[in-house]
Design a protein around this ligand. Structure first.
Ligand SMILES: Cc1cc2nc3c(=O)[nH]c(=O)nc-3n(C[C@H](O)[C@H](O)[C@H](O)COP(=O)(O)O)c2cc1C
Length: 339
């Protein structure tokens, strides 16, 4: 079983940090659906320290995941991912999230987006490992909680340096690594190279999580086999079907694989997610933030023109009650499940 510091995970399946997606209500759902760990979307360290409310929301604790269960082993670890390029902002933001109660701080050295790398954050840090190390050292020494690191294989094919960064990060006190098996210059093109992640396993003795293009249990088994990693991280594969997290974890731990929720259970999951989004963000922002999730959920249905009309209402209406009704009619009826 995977340990991060003193914390033992209930299973080796992580729900990925995804900007605009892995917010507190969605992480909560991912936990309820069976993930072993859930990581916040990236929080920009400088904006966070200088008081941007949006960052505080991104860093929020997924509430039900930490209070619904009495058993400590069944509580989700509160993991916040920080991004940045300056040691002092990383250190200060790490202290703040620790004060908020975070159990683990994760550092982002994997984001390929130009707006992030042009500020020398995210995967751009893989171009300058000395500088990357100063951020890691500052973060690790700022907090008592474990610090983990997420990266790609390197900047491009000519500079695969994940093993070197991993080794140096281990020396600097990082306690778990996640590697997305692509280079920065691949963005999300091609296929993740799970085999290339193996060199990171060989280079360090840290728990290792393999990430990229894992959609189901068969992929997870194959990714673990090829990489030698200890766990898997699932991002896009869980979009609109968060139950795959539970299915993958059951398969990896030899449990009975739960069925995808059908009929009423599917409706209850969708409306529960929507309601949690509205409660967390308020009506306007909650509606906007829900739309991509609702669009993914609608992809699981098949139907006629009336279903298209319901979908349209759910994805465009600003009226929360109209959206709730559209969800009720679409998901609580006999539209064929694709899942
Ligand atoms: C929309 C989107 C936003 C993302 N935001 C983040 C982020 O904030 N932090 C991070 O480390 N990775 C981020 N990622 C990368 C994912 O965590 C993951 O590494 C990548 O999607 C590959 O995994 P997958 O194939 O399972 O989706 C993002 C990916 C997507 C698609």
């Amino acid at each position: 079983m995977i340990k991060i510091g003193k914390h033992q995970l209930r299973n080796p399946v992580f729900f990925a940090p995804m900007s605009g997606i892995s917010d507190a209500p969605t992480r909560d759902l991912a936990w309820q659906m069976g993930a072993g760990a859930v990581v916040s979307e990236m929080v920009a360290s400088e904006a966070f320290v200088t008081g941007m409310d949006e960052m505080l929301m991104k860093a929020a604790r997924p509430v039900k995941a930490t209070t619904a269960q009495d058993d400590m082993d069944e509580q989700a670890l509160y993991i916040v991912q920080l991004a940045g390029r300056e040691a002092r902002w990383m250190a200060e933001s790490a202290k703040i999230v620790e004060d908020l109660g975070a159990d683990v701080v994760d550092i982002n050295m994997g984001c390929p987006a130009r707006r992030v790398t042009s500020g020398y954050s995210g995967s751009a840090l893989m171009r300058d490992l000395d500088h990357a190390l100063t951020l890691i050292e500052a973060t690790v020494s700022a907090v008592k909680v474990p610090v983990t690191l997420k990266m790609r294989l390197g900047w491009d094919e000519q500079s695969i340096n994940a093993p070197e960064l991993a080794k140096r990060a281990e020396g600097a006190g990082i306690q778990l690594l996640t590697v997305h098996g692509r280079t920065r210059n691949q963005f999300y093109e091609g296929r993740a190279n799970w085999r290339a992640v193996k060199a990171v396993k060989t280079a360090t003795s840290l728990p290792l999580i393999v990430n990229g293009d894992i959609l189901n249990a068969a992929d997870a088994h194959e990714a673990l086999k090829q990489s030698g990693a200890d766990g898997v991280m699932i991002g896009r594969g869980a979009s609109g079907k968060p139950w795959v997290l539970g299915q993958i974890s059951a398969s990896l731990t030899g449990q009975t694989i739960p069925k995808a929720p059908g009929g009423k259970a599917f409706y209850e999951m969708v409306i529960g997610h929507y309601n949690a989004m509205i409660e967390f963000y308020g009506e306007n922002m909650g509606n906007r933030q829900s739309r991509k999730h609702l669009a993914w959920y609608f992809e699981q249905l098949q139907g006629d023109e009336h279903l298209s009309h319901l979908r349209q209402t759910a994805l465009t209406s600003r009226d929360v009650e109209a959206v709730r009704l559209a969800i009720l009619e679409a998901f609580n009826s006999n539209y064929l499940m694709v899942a």
